[in-house]
Write a protein that binds this ligand. Structure first.
Ligand SMILES: O=C(O)CCC(=O)C(=O)O
Ligand SMILES: [Fe+2]
Length: 276
């Protein structure tokens, strides 16, 4: 009944859901985080989250390093990363032992950058500045997960969604989650392209017909007709999205697109837990 007569002359993309919006604010307030978890926003942007000086320090350190690429069969076009991501170590609906082994090298690689501060700690502190339950790195079987990675999707990310409840057979973290976010802090952005796009569409079983073979992604036709939201990232800006909305990153032109990223889960006791 809600799609009453007044909508009949409008194409579907002309309709707007007032909750499908990106809020922009100087900080991650309680209201914004609870609103994102509850579905009152699709994304929250905090420009100037990390100072230009700190962004430049991280970028300068990363620029001289060799990046790995995500698993080439699953991630096409290629996405580069510095650090270990859990999605490359999935096995039988759980986490492969190789992840824990790889994390040792990960910590060494990040320490080897010789940064004057821990950028993932800075991100957690900024994210949790107004959050009563605080932000901590999540654990699995009592072992601390990775704190984050630097990701470089110069040729874009395909249309996909992230939902650990669907990706893993059992709880990924020791604490069950009642909400999930994806966090990105941009340290290098291209002069054109590189936009993050969200669609007001969540996975439904029919969508599997659009899944690209052996890939993490879907044919863009899966979001056809859905309302969308485009965000052009800026250096120093933090973006927190509801990753259960299908999303993509457009190819970059003219410069590297590098973001520090991690997943965030909200527990029933109101704690925010991160992993990568
Ligand atoms: O780089 C971005 O803006 C979003 C990347 C992404 O797919 C995610 O964080 O889940
Ligand atoms: Fe994603």
């Amino acid at each position: 009944m809600t799609s009453g007569n007044f909508t009949q002359d409008l194409p579907p993309t002309a309709l707007h859901d007032p909750f499908f919006r990106a809020a922009s604010a100087p900080a991650f307030t309680r209201e914004l985080l609870t609103g994102l978890a509850a579905g009152k926003y699709a994304a929250v942007r905090v420009p100037g989250f990390l100072s230009g000086e700190r962004c430049a320090e991280v970028l300068a350190a990363l620029e001289g390093r060799e990046f790995d690429s995500y698993g080439k069969a699953r991630v096409q076009p290629r996405v580069m990363r510095f650090g270990v991501g859990i999605s490359d170590h999935m096995a039988a609906g759980g986490v492969a032992e190789s992840y824990w082994k790889a994390l040792e090298g990960h910590h060494e690689a990040w320490r080897g950058l010789g940064l004057s501060f821990d950028p993932f700690l800075a991100c957690r502190e900024g994210l949790g500045a107004h959050w009563p339950g605080g932000v901590a790195v999540g654990s699995r079987g009592g072992r601390e997960l990775g704190a984050g990675v630097a990701r470089e999707p110069n040729d874009g990310f395909r249309v996909h969604f992230d939902d650990s409840l669907r990706e893993y057979e059992e709880d990924l973290l020791d604490a069950p989650l009642i909400g999930q976010f994806a966090f990105n802090l941009y340290v290098s952005v291209p002069p054109s392209g590189g936009e993050t796009v969200l669609w007001r569409h969540r996975w439904q079983p029919e969508d599997e017909a659009y899944r690209l073979p052996a890939s993490y992604g879907y044919d863009e036709a899966v979001v056809r007709g859905a309302e969308s939201l485009e965000i052009a990232p800026r250096v120093g800006e933090a973006l927190l999205i509801d990753p259960r909305y299908f999303h993509a990153v457009r190819p970059s032109r003219g410069a590297r697109r590098i973001a520090l990223g991690f997943a965030v889960g909200l527990t029933a006791s109101g704690q925010l837990l991160t992993w990568a």
